[in-house]
Design a protein around this ligand. Structure first.
Ligand SMILES: *Cc1c(COP(=O)(O)O)cnc(C)c1O
Length: 499
């Protein structure tokens, strides 16, 4: 390749105006802003020019072998792809086949239908967000949910902020700034990397007074830590881990008595904060928000998007005087709940007026309480669908597939579709990592490793997130939403039948 050849090829690179004219013929052109098209042209031309100058084998041979027209077509194709990628949304729907119900990385709770409808209604117009319609004057943002929260939890007063981290921060800052907060060493938790009780304590201007040990803390430990500098006794729900063996912690009710004796406020960060006792549905017994209120805590905080199954929010319930003080803290403004969230929260909470309604209509609760037998049914159906789609393809679509079992070989594409009884999980920062029996679909292929299949499923559009167990790709049906099994079948067909 001489310098002259390179110059000739460089001269073959089309000009911007020529490309724009050509691009106009593409159907997608009308949907892509001109500024995006132009910057894509620049980016692609620069890349082409660079690869020619660098003597990139493929660009050069393409150019030599192909007609000039084909070279141009490739460039146009690249420009459109580049532009489409730029305008494609980055936040996209994702299929949760992990079996982790409250998956923080995948957006925690899915909203119920009622919440979605209320968001559309409130977001599309004006509302009485901070307007008291009866009195005709300024009202409180929390009015939409305060009464409801009090009814559901037995608290005197309630409010909601942006998230539970904010709720804890705001409550500590209001009730104990520049004074000491007594916490058990066993409850100095970190939740999801950035929320750590000691750090939140420091940032909220409070002094942490640790008591007891990691595994055992007694009432007397709290008692001897109390001084004139103490403002608050704090209990933190150890949401994402459990300590087993020789352990002891002080029940909230006893802390409340101690607080009363010393005229100190008592606060509990419940983290997940269930409004329903889920042990009725076969899950572990966890304290509900009502339990904490009944035990006499002055302030109880919890998330809106964990076990509650609503939008991201931090809910604060408790005694009227404590909540009133918190509402008056100027920081409330910085942490205030948005109207879309408020609309969704109200709609979600409304369903809790009838427990059966809540279980049936709130996706998080529905997934958590889905009986094992139903995961078996879902898994069987998915296994059959996958087999029809990838194994027997169009040739023999009405083949009767037997109940799946892990030893059956698929024949020509060497794929084994089976099942395994594994465990779904409630999810980090809700219950202490609690498992729920679930029947999962397993996929193994002789041609593609579980790791590569996992990656290809993840890169599929929409992304399908599963997990690997024992060198098999695992699809947990508990967390699948309606219609997603068909997408999974198509993805597997695309990926495995291509082999
Ligand atoms: C999840 C959790 C938080 C943080 O709540 P966000 O709603 O994620 O801000 C705080 N404390 C506990 C105990 C938690 O489990």
């Amino acid at each position: 390749m001489t310098n002259n050849d390179t110059q000739t090829i460089l001269r073959n690179i089309p000009g911007v105006d020529y490309l724009l004219e050509k691009l106009k013929n593409d159907y997608d052109f009308q949907y892509i802003p001109l500024s995006v098209i132009k910057s894509s042209i620049r980016a692609v031309l620069e890349r082409v020019r660079k690869s020619i100058i660098d003597g990139d084998e493929k660009t050069l041979s393409d150019n030599i072998q192909n007609e000039k027209g084909l070279f141009h077509e490739t460039i146009i194709h690249d420009i459109l792809n580049h532009a489409r990628e730029i305008i494609a949304p980055r936040l996209v729907p994702t299929i949760n086949a992990t079996g982790v119900v409250i998956h923080t990385n995948l957006g925690r709770s899915i909203l119920c239908q009622d919440a979605l409808e209320r968001i559309t209604q409130i977001a599309g117009g004006f509302s009485n967000l901070e307007f008291d319609i009866k009195k005709g004057k300024r009202g409180e943002r929390y009015s939409a949910v305060e009464e409801l929260l009090c009814d559901l939890t037995g608290a005197e007063s309630a409010m909601a902020v942006n998230n539970n981290a904010g709720a804890v921060f705001l409550s500590l800052n209001t009730l104990a700034r520049e004074r000491e907060v007594v916490v058990s060493r066993g409850e100095l938790v970190e939740i999801g990397g950035s929320f750590r009780i000691p750090d939140v304590m420091e940032k909220s201007g409070c002094k942490l007074k640790e008591v007891g040990t990691t595994n055992r803390t007694h009432l007397r430990d709290y008692g001897s830590a109390i001084s004139e500098k103490t403002a608050l006794l704090l209990k933190v729900h150890t949401s994402n881990y459990t300590i087993e063996g020789f352990t002891a912690s002080v029940p909230l009710s006893e802390l409340v008595l101690l607080g009363k004796k010393h005229q100190l406020s008592v606060m509990e960060d419940l983290g997940s904060g269930s409004l329903i006792d889920l042990s009725k549905y076969g899950l572990a017994r966890e304290p509900t928000v009502s339990d904490s209120v009944a035990a006499g805590a002055d302030v109880v905080t919890f998330s809106g998007d964990k076990l509650l199954g609503g939008p991201q929010a931090g809910i604060i319930v408790g005694r009227a005087d404590a909540i009133k003080q918190i509402k008056l803290n100027p920081l409330t403004r910085a942490l205030r709940i948005d109207k879309l969230t408020l609309a969704a929260l109200e709609a979600t909470l409304n369903l809790y007026r009838d427990e059966a309604d809540a279980i049936r209509k709130i996706p998080t609760l529905r997934m958590l309480t889905l009986p094992f037998e139903e995961t078996v049914e879902r898994a069987n159906k998915l296994i059959n669908d996958i087999k029809l789609k990838i194994l027997y393809k169009s040739k023999n679509t009405n083949a009767t597939c037997n109940m799946a079992n892990s030893t059956e070989d698929s024949g020509k594409n060497n794929v084994v579709v089976g099942y395994a009884d594994l465990a779904s999980r409630t999810g980090g920062g809700s219950y202490p990592e609690y498992s729920i029996p679930s029947r999962c679909v397993t996929i193994e292929s002789k041609h593609i490793s579980a790791a590569l299949l996992e990656r290809k499923m993840r890169m599929y559009k929409p992304a399908i997130i599963g997990r690997i167990d024992n060198n098999r790709f695992i699809i947990d049906t508990r967390t699948l939403q309606s219609g997603e099994d068909q997408i999974i079948c198509s993805a597997l067909a695309d990926i495995l039948n291509r082999k």
